[in-house]
Each structure stands twice: as C-alpha cells, then as structure tokens.
Write a protein that binds this ligand. Structure first.
Ligand SMILES: Nc1c(NC[C@H](O)[C@H](O)[C@H](O)CO)[nH]c(=O)[nH]c1=O
Ligand SMILES: CC(=O)[C@@H](O)COP(=O)(O)O
Length: 172
C-alpha cells in the first residue's frame, strides 16, 4: 500500500492577507457538510494569512447549480473582491442529475473566473456517497478525513495575492 498522501503543498511565499477581500458563496444543500467546509476556509484565511473577518463576505444559495451565477453576480457588484470561493456538496443519487450538475457547475465556475478576471475557487465536492463527502469535509470517523475547505482557503489567498502581483509584473 503506497504511503503517498494525496494533498496540496502550501505556497512558499509569506502572504499578508490583511488587505484582501474574499467572498465565500455556499450552498444550503447538504448544509451540515457545507458548514464545516466554510468554517475550514474562513479559519484558514484568518489564522494563516491575517485576512480580516470583516473582509470575508459569506452568501448562501440553494444548490450548487446556482453557484456560477451567484459568483458572477457578487463579482459584478460594486464591491471589489480579490477572490471568490464557491462551496457546495453534490452527492450522487439514483439518476443522472448528479452528472449533469457536476459538469455544468465545474464548467460554469471556471468560466466566471476566466470571464471576470477574478480568481474563483472550485470548492464543490462531487461525491458518490455520504461517507466520501463527510471524509472530505473533515467529518466522519475515518483516519483519512481532511477538511478540503482548508485547502480552498489557502488557494483563495494565494490566487488573490498572485493576481495582484502578476498584474503589477511581479513574478517573484
Ligand atoms: N442534489 C443536489 C443539488 N441539487 C439542486 C441543484 O444544485 C439546484 O439547486 C436545483 O437544480 C435548482 O436549480 N444541489 C447540491 O448542491 N447538491 C446536491 O446533492
Ligand atoms: C446531485 C443530485 O442532484 C442528486 O442528489 C439527486 O438525487 P436523485 O438523482 O436520486 O434525484
């Protein structure tokens, strides 16, 4: 059995997030799981990068299919956001609904980021059963559990920081 642990290495540079403004848009579908993912992202940005709690705007929508529209609408508001994190949990049921939403949401979220120029983080779990979702939100009772919301918090701050640097031709 491989000892390789799947996961993401943290950014190498020290990032000061104290001036960043981040939006988190989450679903109310599977909210017990979503709630922990949101918590992980928020706490990571605050504790690791000094993002101010008042600069983290949290909005909810019904389900994951609404996330791309919500992200676009929030970005087009008069508030300038440095990054947006879309958080949802899709759990396969007995129809093809899961497959259609998963594809539409992933393509939609990517398109909003590319169209607007604001980093939009894909924080949607696409799970085949409840246990997969619980494990990836740091819940449940397996040793492998890990809250991916933490990863998304790191990613949002890094992409916001790099977007600003790259715009100013800083490539350190
Ligand atoms: N089954 C799940 C959904 N379904 C709802 C859709 O996302 C959408 O809200 C509805 O079709 C109205 O447009 N959403 C999730 O986030 N997770 C699910 O497991
Ligand atoms: C992801 C979904 O839409 C899914 O949970 C819906 O369940 P079903 O396919 O049984 O209607």
């Amino acid at each position: 059995m491989s000892s390789f642990v799947k996961g993401v290495a943290l950014p190498t540079e020290n990032i000061d997030g104290s001036m960043l403004r981040i939006a988190i848009i989450h679903t109310r579908w599977n909210y017990e799981i979503v709630e922990n993912l949101v918590r992980g992202a928020k706490e990571t940005m605050i504790s690791h990068y000094n993002v101010k709690p008042e600069n983290i705007i949290v909005q909810s929508v019904s389900g994951s299919f609404e996330l791309p529209f919500a992200a676009q609408s929030v970005i087009q508001s008069s508030t300038l956001f440095d990054a947006v994190i879309c958080i949802g949990v899709l759990i396969k049921g007995s129809t093809m609904h899961f497959e259609y939403i998963s594809e539409a949401v992933s393509q939609g979220i990517m398109r909003v980021g590319l169209d607007t120029g604001v980093p939009v983080i894909f924080g949607v779990l696409t799970c085949l059963n409840d246990d997969q979702a619980l494990e990836r939100a740091g819940l449940g009772d397996t040793q492998k559990k890990h809250n991916h919301g933490i990863d998304w918090g790191h990613c949002a701050v890094e992409m916001a920081h790099k977007k600003i640097n790259w715009k100013n031709n800083v490539f350190n």
